[in-house]
Design a binder for this molecule. Structure first.
Ligand SMILES: O=P(O)(O)OC[C@H]1O[C@H](OP(=O)(O)OP(=O)(O)O)[C@H](O)[C@@H]1O
Ligand SMILES: O=c1cc[nH]c(=O)[nH]1
Ligand SMILES: [Mg+2]
Length: 214
C-alpha cells in the first residue's frame, strides 16, 4: 500500500512548501516544527488503518462504547534528521514506545558512499506494528538497511515507512527490498543529483534541522 500526501490538496501542502523554500527553511525552528506537523498528519492518517477494538469507558453518567487501538505501534526513526518527524508522530501516538537507529552516509575517497549503521536502541518489536520515519528517502539505502536490521531480529507484524520527500529511485528500492512494507510519503520527486540529493527536494534535512555536520 502506498499513500502520497500531496496527491490530495490540504494544508499539509503549505508545510511541505515551507520545508522546501530556500528562504523559509533557514529558520531552523520553523523547519523542525513543519517536520513535526507533518509527522502529526502522517500519524493521524496511519491511525485510520490500524486494528481497532470496542471498549467501554465509564463517564460520570454512564458507559460509552468507543473503538480504540488495543496495541499501540512502536515508532522508530533514523538519527538524526528523523527526530522532528518522530516527535510529531509521538505527539499523536502518545502512548507508543520508540526505537532509534543511527545511520549515516560515510563518504569514501572516490566520492561514493556506504551507509554506516552504528546504534540500535529498540523495545521488543515481536508481533508489533512498527512505523519507521525518516524525512528523506533518496537512494533508499538507509531505510532498507535499518528495516532489514529490525526485521532480522524481530517478527514484526506490520511495517509502515514514513518519508516526507522520496525519490522515484528510493521508492523502487524500498518496494524491491521490502515488498510487504506500507509506504506513507509526502511527495515523490523525479530526480537526484550525482551525490544522491533529491531534486527539487529540500536540501539536507539533518543540517537544516540541527546545523551543518562537519
Ligand atoms: O535514502 P538514502 O540515500 O540512504 O538517504 C537518505 C538518508 O540521508 C539522510 O540522512 P544523513 O545521512 O544525511 O544523516 P543525518 O540525519 O545525520 O543528516 C536522511 O535523513 C536519510 O537517513
Ligand atoms: O536530498 C537529500 C538526500 C539525503 N539526505 C537529505 O537530507 N537530503
Ligand atoms: Mg544529513
Amino acid at each position: 500500500m502506498m499513500f502520497i500526501l500531496n496527491k490530495t490538496n490540504s494544508i499539509a501542502n503549505h508545510y511541505l512548501a515551507e520545508l522546501r523554500d530556500a528562504g523559509v527553511q533557514q529558520d531552523s525552528m520553523r523547519f523542525r516544527r513543519n517536520m513535526e506537523r507533518l509527522g502529526e498528519i502522517f500519524a493521524y492518517e496511519i491511525s485510520k488503518k490500524l486494528t481497532f477494538e470496542e471498549f467501554e469507558v465509564q463517564t460520570p453518567l454512564g458507559l460509552a462504547n468507543v473503538n480504540m487501538i488495543p496495541q499501540m505501534p512502536v515508532l522508530a526513526t533514523i538519527l538524526r534528521a528523523g527526530l522532528p518527524l518522530h516527535q510529531g508522530m509521538l505527539n499523536v501516538f502518545d502512548k507508543s514506545d520508540s526505537a532509534f537507529i543511527s545511520a549515516y552516509r560515510k563518504t569514501k575517497k572516490s566520492g561514493s558512499f556506504v551507509i554506516q549503521m552504528e546504534y540500535v536502541a529498540t523495545p521488543d518489536l515481536e508481533g508489533k506494528t512498527v512505523i519507521i520515519s525518516d524525512p528523506m528517502l533518496a537512494t533508499g539505502q538507509s531505510m532498507v538497511l535499518c528495516c532489514k536490521e529490525l526485521l532480522a531480529n524481530y517478527n514484526i507484524k506490520n511495517l509502515h515507512i514514513v518519508s516526507v520527500i522520496a525519490s522515484q529511485e528510493g521508492v523502487e528500492h524500498v518496494k524491491a527490498n521490502l515488498p510487504k512494507a506500507h509506504l506513507w510519503l509526502g511527495s515523490i520527486d523525479e530526480e537526484m543529483t550525482t551525490k544522491a540529493y533529491i531534486v527539487p527536494g529540500l536540501g539536507d534535512a539533518g543540517d537544516l534541522a540541527f546545523g551543518e555536520k562537519v
